[in-house]
Design a binder for this molecule. Structure first.
Ligand code: GRF
Length: 193
């Protein structure tokens, strides 16, 4: 059984999709960390029975918030972190300090449309092929090595809301599967030396 954590800031639908896939498979989500207590992910954690922790970035440096996050991850023996709509940039300090892997999901076919508006930018583009990217996190913004991409062909008459729904559908299909694969892999490979 491998231990994960999820970092989220918003609705938490991807967090829920991951939890519903990995918990029944015997893995543990030690903690769901959220920087906004009023966010949907915070309420979802309670319903899912996942320990939750509010870590604020307000009136403090990112470094201070990251040190607190690292403390939580260490005490939960977390080996992999899944970012699920976490709206903060993790600094090189965090990435160098956390001994496991950090994974992110982005709602566009990277390297196209990185940043906070992946869905809107994808929608406004003339691209016929739109999709999602699950990738390892590096110090850049949405630049780390790709683990999986999935796409669909837009029909042409779809609204922003339609496109958003199709992107979320792909996310909810693929993120739990990738999370489960990575956690199963950690189990197979045993503890890190
Ligand atoms: C998703 O579209 C994800 O790709 C992006 O933020 C959104 C989070 O949605 N990084 P939710 O909070 O998981 O519902």
């Amino acid at each position: 059984m491998a231990k994960a954590a999820v970092l989220a800031s918003g609705n938490g639908s991807n967090f829920q999709a991951i939890a519903e896939a990995v918990l029944p498979a015997g893995h543990e989500i030690s903690v769901m960390i959220c920087d906004r207590k009023e966010a949907g992910c915070y309420a979802r954690a309670e319903k899912l029975g996942v320990p939750r922790r509010h870590i604020s970035y307000k009136d403090r440096t990112s470094r201070e918030a990251e040190e607190e996050i690292l403390g939580e991850l260490a005490s939960g023996e977390v080996r992999i972190v899944f970012l699920a709509g976490f709206m903060r940039i993790l600094t090189p300090f965090f990435l160098d300090s956390f001994p496991g892997e950090v994974i992110n999901i982005h709602p566009s076919l990277l390297p196209r449309y990185p940043g906070a508006h992946g869905i809107r930018d994808s929608f406004l583009s003339g691209d016929r092929e739109l999709g999602i990217t699950i990738h390892k996190v590096d110090p850049g913004i949405d630049t780390g090595p790709v683990i999986r991409q999935a796409s669909f062909t837009r029909r042409g008459d779809e609204s922003l809301e339609d496109i958003e729904a199709r992107i979320h559908q792909l996310e909810h299909y693929w993120y739990p599967r990738v999370a489960l694969e990575l956690l199963d892999g950690l189990d197979r490979n045993g503890p890190r030396p």
